[in-house]
Design a protein around this ligand. Structure first.
Ligand code: ADP
Ligand code: MG
Length: 375
């Protein structure tokens, strides 16, 4: 009796061991997967959900076949992104966005070679939606899963295949968005070094917070840009923020604009309304010349004169003009991606995924989302 109980419990443990072993094999399937490069026909699905944009894109051998973004309007009424609402909206949007991205690319799920997703940095609740979806789909289809660093992807968007030239290594990247401001030395696709970054607010926040002070809706960056085009950039003076080396600081500028506006409005009610264009032009000029001064310093320090910009703020007409000028005056070679690859998008995730796919760099299903993520 005892012997048979022992025998059956050994048998049970053996069965459990086999199950665990098989499950572990499934969990670990991605690192042992070797893509068939002889086919040279690779479709990568990219998924981006780090903040408030749910995006999906398909890249075929480095060319973008589709690039969709569902922007979340719900945050406008709060004047900034509400993390919990962003996460819920991602859950609603992700299935239709991925479905449309595949449809526009004119392929089915079974044609996909790998799934790339944003691992971080970003809002945890938002990242989790994209990563859970990507993991499930990759597992279900039995194809590799590829984790992507959102900040690296902003830079690698420059390698999306199109008619224009790519930067050559090494080059400097200025990534300016609502969440980040960085100057990065890019030695190779995945060999990057942050030379300087913001110590507080990001460049996009400086635009958005100024807009809020002026009573403009969120996100105010594009509106400041629009009003600035008809304004005098030298009408009002704001001192450039101070931060050592190649680092940035923008929180002082926000306070300076706030005190300036409060004082002027108390002396002369209606001041904002009457001077909106000049205020926007002056603030934009301060931010742009600050960014350009730091870039100039980075060029002097490294001897590298190739500059590639990325992130939502690189849509700004002031920074684009300043870079054009630097091309003719200082002989810089500058790279500005098309607008749709500047703001948060999934094509940059898919191209980064494609570059990792070529190197056989895959993740397993135990990979975790990271709100903070270094290179
Ligand atoms: P995130 O900050 O979520 O990574 P993006 O890379 O899409 O998102 O950048 C969004 C930021 O870019 C916002 O702060 C927005 O105000 C700013 N932005 C977009 N267009 C412009 C523009 N033309 N001028 C200045 N800022 C802009
Ligand atoms: Mg971004």
């Amino acid at each position: 009796m005892i012997a048979s109980t022992v025998r059956s419990s050994i048998f049970l443990n053996f069965l459990i061991a086999i199950k665990v072993y098989n499950f572990a094999k499934v969990i670990q399937f991605t690192p042992i997967f070797m893509p068939d490069f002889s086919q040279n026909n690779h479709y990568i699905l990219g998924i981006e959900s780090s903040c408030d944009d749910t995006a999906a894109a398909v890249v075929h051998n480095g060319w973008v076949l589709s690039n969709l973004v569902a922007s979340q309007k719900i945050h406008q009424q709060y004047g900034g992104v509400v993390p919990e609402l962003a996460s819920r909206a991602h859950q609603q949007n992700i299935v239709p966005v991925v479905h449309q991205a595949l449809q526009q690319a004119n392929i089915g799920k079974k044609d996909l070679s790998a799934i790339a997703f944003t691992q971080g940095p970003g809002l945890m609740g938002s990242l989790l939606v994209g990563s859970s979806f990507a993991k499930s789909l990759a597992w279900g289809l039995g194809i590799p899963l590829i984790e992507v660093n959102h900040m690296q992807a902003h830079i690698l968007a420059h390698f999306i295949k199109n008619q224009s030239k790519n930067p050559q290594f090494p080059f400097l990247a200025l990534t300016i968005s609502g969440g980040h401001t960085q100057i990065v030395l890019v030695r190779d696709y995945f060999s990057m070094e942050i030379l300087g970054q913001t110590l507080d607010d990001a460049a996009g926040e400086a635009f958005d917070k100024t807009a809020k002070i002026l009573g403009l809706p969120y996100p105010g960056g594009p509106l400041i840009d629009q009003y600035a085009q008809q304004g005098d950039p030298y009408r009002f003076k704001f001192t450039q923020p101070k931060a050592g080396g190649l680092n940035f600081s923008f929180s002082g500028l926000k306070t300076a604009v706030l005190y300036f506006i409060q004082q002027k409005e108390s002396e002369q009610p209606g001041f904002i309304q009457e001077n909106l264009h000049d205020i926007c032009a002056s603030v934009q000029h301060t931010i742009v010349s600050y960014l350009m001064n730091k870039l100039q310093k980075a060029v002097q320090q490294t001897g590298i004169n190739q500059i590639a910009i990325g992130g939502g703020v690189s849509a700004n007409s002031g920074i684009r003009k300043a870079l054009q000028q630097a091309e003719s005056e200082w002989e810089w070679i500058t790279f500005v991606p098309p607008l749709e690859y500047c703001t948060d998008n999934a094509a940059m995730i898919a191209i980064t995924g494609y570059l990792k796919y070529q190197q056989g760099e895959f993740s397993d299903l135990t990979t975790v989302s990271k709100a903070r993520l270094e290179f």
